[in-house]
Design a protein around this ligand. Sequence first.
Ligand code: GAP
Length: 456
Amino acid sequence: MKKSTMETMMNFCNRYGFVFQGSEIYGGLANTWDYGPLGTRLKNNLKDAWRYYFIQKPDNSFELDSDILMNPTVWEASGHLESFTDPLLDCKECQTRHRADNLINSFDETVNADSMTQNEMNEFIKNKHVPCPNCGKSNFTDIRQFNMMFATQRGVTESKSVTIYLRPENAQGEYVNFLNVLRTMRVKLPFSIGQIGKAFRNEITPGNFIFRTIEFEQMEYQNFCKKGDDEQLYEYFKRYGMEFFEFLGLSSEHLQYHDHAKLAHYAKSACDIEYLFPFGWGEINGTHNRTDFDLRRHQEYSGKNLTYFDEETKEKFIPYIIESTYGVGRILLALLFEAYDEEIINENDTRQVLRLKPFLAPIKVNVLPLVKKRHTEKAAAVYSMLKSHFMTSYDDAGNIGKRYRRADAIGTPFAVTIDDNTLESNVVTLRDRDTMEQISLNIDSLVEYIRKAVAF
Ligand code: GAP
């Protein structure tokens, strides 16, 4: 059972500073969102967890930070200029634009628009009189393929400018640096390159909050391997992805694999991991067997030799690539839904609590003087000590119960209360967010205790 609706989550995120509407004071811009102070911390903790799981733990795994803007021939070689398109049509009555596959899928759930050709979709919409979701009439233009890449101009004068693109995926930065990483890291196959970075897509369909945005971050992972090892590695990375999500705290009941019927232009096989959002199952990861498609095309378009020489077998070949890609915003949204709870404490009392894994929590510990007049000096000293180790907050406003509740709502795992006992014997009260139980702890052991609890 989901514990909150999308509307509750949007209000929650706005109220506590996780996510705000993009350019809010100007009325926003469709499918853009800004991460607030707590959302930014949660995002950074999620990225650190990915780095731990994908860069630190595996052997021969390297992180890269390539530029968003690339030589435009990259997008010819990758096939994005030709094939990275959505089938769009316009309603002639109300002038709204729609994706043909979405129209068909929401009209008849038993039909799989993914496996239809453009002509079949056109016929289906006409013959079945599929209505426009905005005005209810059925009078559409024919479907046109619309490229989802954002284009911009580089150059001083318009006549001499060149069209370049905001990258629609991180992956190509990893592919064009394949030889550089191979050479500088002195590795053998199989090895991996991972990258966290922004990608941009001109999405026209409604976004479901931060699920579908025009600017988003991906944590992409490319494993370069030998043909013949690819199928086993593909299965391995599908499983590894599922383990990663469980490590992050997503429940296995809310996760499922979804094999693709219709494959992207580069893939031999593809499988998503989906999370059960309030609007239904939604993709948060994709694992693809991209074969040698990408490196072969880059070799062809760049004229550079991208073959790998296997010292043992003395063979030369273009490596295969198994890609496993993770959307930062979508995973963050799944984590919020998973963690959010409105807990009934007794007949008259409920609390909002965000049960994030401690390593993901934006703030690790909240320091509270029990009585402002008497305990501020000591509390300030404890705060100062803790903040050199952890993201720490300090709260002396309102009664202690309310202060606990505010920190529970944003997922702070620990509260440290300073009282007379602290002044007399250096002992604080440490309260656990989830159980609400309290223990006494000497200040000298506080850092070590919290450090263990917030580690991966
Ligand atoms: N390099 C392969 C690739 O980009 P993809 O399935 O198109 O594959 C990878 O995207 C991941 O990026 C998705 O699993 C999803 O988490 C995220 N993603 C894709 N489009 C998105 C969008 N418009 N808004 C937010 N996240 C998106």
